[in-house]
Design a protein around this ligand. Structure first.
Ligand code: FES
Length: 152
């Protein structure tokens, strides 16, 4: 679990690397499953950067998160090709079926729902990713299956 001491250890392990901010953020995310808000000032101090600069790196990469993720992670593509293929209708259906809003983790911790910008599966749009697995041609049936999957 996160503690400032544990955070300092991770910083010390990576500080010598070229452009250490990214490797430190990655190592924290890997160790704790997220990058605690409290880690940002520690990294800023160690790297001689402002908090805003570290926060900028954090927000630029969509895979970093400040809260632990749910047991399952569903990413729904909201980029252009998927929008054109009906993602505008399927996205709210995901929220309803999973009982979870975009950008949130359901209170029971079962699922985190996130928008993503192109999964490289435009030919099978609309598409999504469930726990790292690509799913194309999303329709009502696919959404129901995904909802069943995250129940377990
Ligand atoms: Fe959705 Fe490319 S736009 S996969």
């Amino acid at each position: 679990a996160w503690s400032p001491e544990r955070g300092q250890e991770i910083i010390a392990d990576h500080i010598a690397l070229e452009g250490a901010t990214m490797p430190i953020l990655h190592a924290m995310q890997e160790t704790f499953g997220y990058v605690p808000q409290d880690a940002i000032p520690l990294i800023a101090d160690a790297m001689n950067l402002s908090r805003a600069e570290v926060h900028g790196v954090f927000t630029f990469y969509h895979d970093f998160r400040h809260e632990p993720a749910g047991r399952h992670i569903v990413k729904v593509c909201v980029a252009e090709a998927c929008q054109a293929a009906g993602a505008r209708e399927t996205s709210p259906k995901f929220e309803k079926a999973l009982d979870c809003a975009f950008g949130e983790t359901r209170p029971d911790g079962q699922v985190t729902l996130e928008p993503i910008y192109c999964l490289g599966l435009c030919a099978c749009a609309p598409s999504a990713m469930v726990d790292g697995r690509l799913v194309g041609l999303i329709d009502d049936e696919a959404i129901a299956e995904i909802a069943a999957e995250v129940r377990s």
